[in-house]
Write a protein that binds this ligand. Structure first.
Ligand SMILES: [Fe+2]
Length: 460
């Protein structure tokens, strides 16, 4: 064995004869005594300089317990294990010595075998302790560096651990949060229901799963709301015993912001697309001055009817947009026919009747959040199947189309058309009343009639 493989021992002993004896024993047993010193300050100096594997330290140096102080410094600052040698076993000395967390005691006088065993046990303990420290350090680094707030509880749901991000998110200092109930420190709100979620700790301890709702907010200690994605799971030890829960909180503020931006730009795009279609639809009205503003007026009346029927906002939007472009198919019809005064021939009327189909063809490939093309397709269908182009009946016709059909008829009759002078609004209302249930949806007719009864006026 070369001297570099041997365990290096620093011997601190102020009694020359004893020092010589121990030195001899150590060398005999195969240790490398790197230095023998007799004062506390020398011990520190040599430990720094020679970096021994272990220090054999006499507690009493120069008549004082000076060894304890030096040992503490060497262990805590230089991370070298200490073994005390002492001839005294009084309680005060032992208590003092304990503070430096020694790895062994040797009561003088001792034998070679005892010396060897004590050193080997101390070195083993020291190695294990270092390994444990490293592991703890590693775990703590992971828990600290993880980009999610992490909170652990005991079996009673009391907080036992919080990583720095959890402290930051909740606004609770760790020392204040430890020992508190998880539900007191972590207030998670179900964003859709606007309700605080009580984490069912008891259920979790009995092994059941708990899934948070899709949109959650964390209300921190100062009352700020932070969008989060929480996850909770039981902590199960190797014996499958649940000893608590672990909650992770991912701050999704940035993600939410990006989603909102995306939604905004989608809305912007949809608006731009709708604007384009409306512009296109209004070109028909330019070719047909008699119907100028017809689609807009039908859209306003349709929306008013839908509102009267208490339909959801989404449906009202769809009806309004579809009505604004419902005659877009007229783009395909020669202007002479569109603006022809007097009665139309059967052929001319048949050409006019192609417009819902053409409108459908124009719109069907545009992706709307609503069935706009279908609604436009069906706006001339009638309940009894007498409409066109498909001759659909009753529920085969979309409600949106049934609403536009009524508004279309009322607006058309009340306004001037090339082939028919404007009839009074009263006549228009009589027409829908007369054909309620036959051609027109009775509920839609009722809504329309009561609108006019309440004073609804068609826009100019
Ligand atoms: Fe039409």
């Amino acid at each position: 064995m070369t001297s570099s493989d041997k365990t290096k021992v620093l011997l601190v002993e102020d009694e020359v004869i004893i020092a010589r004896d121990i030195h001899h024993m150590l060398t005999n047993t195969g240790y490398d005594v790197v230095a023998v010193v007799n004062t506390a300050s020398e011990a520190i100096e040599k430990a720094k300089e020679l970096k021994p594997d272990v220090v054999l330290m006499d507690i009493m140096l120069e008549g004082k317990r000076a060894g304890v102080e030096a040992a503490s410094y060497i262990y805590f600052n230089l991370n070298i294990p200490i073994i005390y040698m002492t001839a005294y076993t009084d309680q005060i000395t032992v208590e003092q010595a304990k503070k430096s967390e020694p790895f062994g005691y040797l009561l003088k006088p001792f034998e070679e075998r005892e010396l060897r065993t004590t050193i080997e046990v101390a070195l083993y303990k020291f190695k294990m302790e270092n390994r444990l420290k490293e592991r703890e350090q590693w775990l703590s680094t992971i828990l600290t560096s993880i980009r999610e707030g992490l909170i652990a509880t005991d079996a009673q749901g009391r907080i036992t651990f919080m990583n720095p991000l959890a402290v930051k998110l909740t606004g609770w200092p760790e020392d204040k949060a430890l020992g508190q109930s998880l539900n007191k420190v972590v207030k998670i709100i179900d964003e859709n229901k606007q309700k605080i979620i009580k984490i069912p700790l008891k259920d979790l301890h009995s092994g059941s799963q708990f899934v948070f709702p899709p949109r959650c907010l964390l209300a921190n200690r100062e009352g700020h709301l932070i969008p989060i994605a929480p996850l909770i799971s039981p902590i199960e030890n190797e014996k499958q015993v649940i000893s608590g829960v672990v909650l992770t909180l991912a701050d999704i503020t940035a993600q939410r912001k990006a989603e909102e931006e995306q939604l905004k730009s989608l809305e912007k795009m949809t608006k731009a697309m709708i604007g384009t279609i409306q512009a296109l639809a209004s070109t028909i009205e330019m070719r047909d001055p008699y119907t100028a503003g017809h689609q807009r007026r039908v859209a306003l009346l349709s929306a008013a009817i839908a509102e009267k029927m208490r339909l959801p906002q989404e449906t009202i939007e769809a009806i309004k947009l579809a009505a604004e472009v419902h005659d877009i198919g007229k783009i395909h019809i020669p202007a002479e026919i569109l603006s022809k005064p007097g009665q139309l021939s059967e052929l001319e009327y048949n050409i006019i009747k192609t417009h819902p189909q053409v409108g459908y063809e124009v719109l069907k490939n545009i992706e709307f959040p609503w069935p706009i093309a279908e609604i436009v397709h069906q706006h001339h269908e009638r309940l009894d199947g007498s409409g066109y182009p498909q001759g659909l009946k009753n529920d085969q016709i979309l409600l949106e189309a049934r609403i536009i059909a009524v508004a279309d008829v009322v607006e058309a009759m009340a306004s001037h058309r090339p082939y028919r002078p404007a009839k009074a609004i009263q006549e228009a209302l009589q027409e829908i009343q007369k054909n309620k249930g036959k051609l027109y949806d009775p509920e839609v007719v009722e809504a329309c009639l009561s609108l006019f009864k309440e004073g609804y006026i068609l826009q100019a």
